[in-house]
Design a binder for this molecule. Sequence first.
Ligand code: PMP
Length: 482
Amino acid sequence: FHPKFYGHLLPFDGYAPLNSDFDSFYTRRFKTRIDDCFAAPVTGVPGRTIALLDRDSDDYNNSFFLTGTTTRGLNISSYNYLGFASAQGGCADAVEESLRRYGASSCGALLEGGSSEVQMTAEALVASFVGQEDALISSMGFATNSTIIPALVSKGCLVISDELNHASIRFGVRLSGTNIRMFKHNNMKSLESLLREVISQGQPKTHRPWKKILLIVEGLYSMEGTLLNLPGIMELKKKYKFSLFIDEAHSIGALGPNGRGVVDYFGVNPREIDILMGTFTKSFGAAGGYIAGSKTLIDRLRLRGHGGAYAESMTPPVLTQIMASMASIMGVSPSTSSALELAQHHPGPAHPCQLPAWIDLPPSLRDGSEGRMRLRRIAFNARYLSRGLAKLGFITYGHTDSPIVPLLLYNTGKMCVFHRMMRARKTPIVVVVVAYPATPLVTSRVRFCVSASHTKDDIDTVLRACNEIGDVLDLKHLPGER
Ligand code: PMP
């Protein structure tokens, strides 16, 4: 900000206008480019295909000048891992019924009349799905981390955080006022050397200067496609004894033989993990987040978490979408048992969880075969795309089982071009390109998200397009040339 340039905008002598910070970075031209490819407006359901609203390309100074037409393209950009975002497939009927029964809003915070029977049933189902004693659902995934972490740790505690943890985790940790140490991304050597330093402090191992030590990691990293080294973490947990918090936002539903996340993928007992967090915005085609753990801990968090008293609880139709998609993965049958009875028993993984009868899933969703098929499809699609890109000579990041497949562009200038070239093809393809500050400045990338709703032909279409555009933009590398 400099008065020489912004003087005419000053509301008072010496005060900057509120937008002065943005103007210094998002110059007009750059801002419209961002709108063009990072924030392209869409219409309809973000399913296997997606419709983008066309904008007048001659009118770049007005980013909201719509032409009234749309381009429908193959969608390889949404977090719709299991395809439940689609209005077809059984969940929509249950959601509609829920809207009719309960309305669109809970009209209150959890502690102030917003704790509906739908909320209690959904929480019992989530607890059962992730294999914990109890769960708490909040209306936003970001807020789940940023309001629950300050309820868990405070001044005098230590949080050990992966250097690439999501912004919501960083936000919550900063808000808590706790001490923070970071280790290299998913690197067990770096983590162990930090643990050795902070837990023993050169003293006998029993000396612990911190009130609590909490390690926070993610199951699947959304910008890298890295799978958490959970076996390595569990070994260190046994040796050094700390509390463990895993954010499964991207792994829940998408990984593991039963779709129950990274914990399921590695066959770890979920009760050995202190806190399992996740969101419903990815695999369940819904919204919101959860925290799951022991009954005592979750009960405390209901009172201590800021969301409990100061934010409206999740809306019933969204809770129903969560239950219907989750039940389909689990193969849960509807039953006449009341929601309250269900919530009182808090079924663990050993007890089959039941849905209220009005969530009348079609038989294909109810018997679990549909859920299984979706899990198999996403596992196949993830491998097929990442291996296909690697074979073509692209540099990709991440684990072969990750549904997030980042393709490296490096040069920020290639991002909009790649996006537009994909969109301009005969079969348009909609992709997401990501850059600083979500990634380091020099590693801009395309982030493909595969879904169980994609067919093998769809992935072949994406591979063909990448092959051709990769030649034009010089994105391929010879083996060994990294
Ligand atoms: N945690 C992680 C790891 C995430 O990637 C995200 C968002 N993508 C969130 C939390 C926040 O979730 P939501 O978008 O559902 O608010």
